[in-house]
Design a protein around this ligand. Structure first.
Ligand SMILES: *[C@@H]1O[C@H](CO)[C@@H](O)[C@H](O)[C@H]1NC(C)=O
Ligand SMILES: *[C@@H]1O[C@H](CO)[C@@H](O)[C@H](O)[C@H]1NC(C)=O
Ligand SMILES: *[C@@H]1O[C@H](CO)[C@@H](O)[C@H](O)[C@H]1NC(C)=O
Ligand SMILES: *[C@@H]1O[C@H](CO)[C@@H](O)[C@H](O)[C@H]1NC(C)=O
Length: 207
């Protein structure tokens, strides 16, 4: 009994000691002091890594066209490699959004394409509300998900086997929403002038 109490106490100290390490370790390094200008430069660097206008479609993930998907996934990988380690949260969050979108694309094509056709997607959106074009991430919630999975099972090309992959897909889409929102706040905080994530990539040097 006494022994257990001791362990519990140790565990308590362990948590106290470890917790700050975890918080700092989350980003790999202690939060660096960054200036607005530095964050603007990092942002420009990320955009400078983008080589193809196809990147504007990154917001439309998952793309149905497999060739385009492959090209876009490769390009996301390239942008992540090319931009590398950055210090501003605004930069890191944007990289996380890219990473998450790439995951969604891979996951979709591995598990859902024959079930979640455009028709099926429209049917889900009609019944449960669209998930796009809005930064209100509370639209992604359990009761809404319930509606989605219920409708999903009614789709002609879907079976119960698609439900679990769809749930993961749904929460990943929510993550993108939350990160994009967080990213906007960070961009504002550093006074980096940008457009919304959907038309973010149009001001690139593609004209
Ligand atoms: C970046 O985000 C982390 C976690 O939210 C926070 O602790 C840190 O203070 C932020 N760094 C800067 C420079 O804003
Ligand atoms: C897909 O890409 C390959 C190689 O780049 C090309 O040969 C093929 O024609 C493309 N297919 C379609 C449908 O665009
Ligand atoms: C079911 O799958 C077929 C073949 O992939 C596709 O042509 C059809 O449009 C799908 N039906 C629906 C309702 O999604
Ligand atoms: C859950 O999402 C639906 C639509 O996606 C929305 O109408 C509803 O208000 C949300 N509920 C909460 C508690 O945010």
């Amino acid at each position: 009994m006494k022994q257990r109490k001791k362990y519990r106490k140790m565990f308590h100290y362990f948590l106290i000691l470890l917790f700050p390490l975890v918080v700092v370790g989350q980003w790999g390094t202690p939060p660096p002091v960054v200036t607005d200008q530095q964050c603007q430069e990092e942002y420009d660097k990320i955009l400078g890594c983008i080589r193809t206008p196809l990147f504007t479609k990154f917001d439309d993930i998952p793309l149905r066209d497999l060739n385009k998907t492959q090209e876009l996934v490769n390009e996301i990988t390239h942008v992540l490699d090319c931009s590398g380690f950055l210090n501003c949260n605004s930069s890191r969050i944007l990289q996380s959004v890219f990473f998450n979108q790439r995951w969604i694309s891979d996951h979709f094509h591995a598990t859902l394409p024959e079930c979640l056709t455009r028709e099926a997607e429209w049917s889900l959106f009609n019944q449960c509300g669209a998930l796009e074009d809005d930064f209100n991430c509370n639209r992604f919630n359990k009761s809404n998900l319930k509606c989605h999975t219920t409708e999903l099972k009614k789709q002609p090309n879907c079976t119960w086997e698609h439900v679990k992959p769809y749930v993961r897909y749904y929460w990943a889409a929510r993550s993108t929403c939350v990160m994009a929102h967080q990213w906007e706040l960070e961009m504002d905080r550093h006074h980096i002038k940008v457009k919304r994530i959907g038309d973010l990539f149009n001001p690139l040097a593609f004209d």
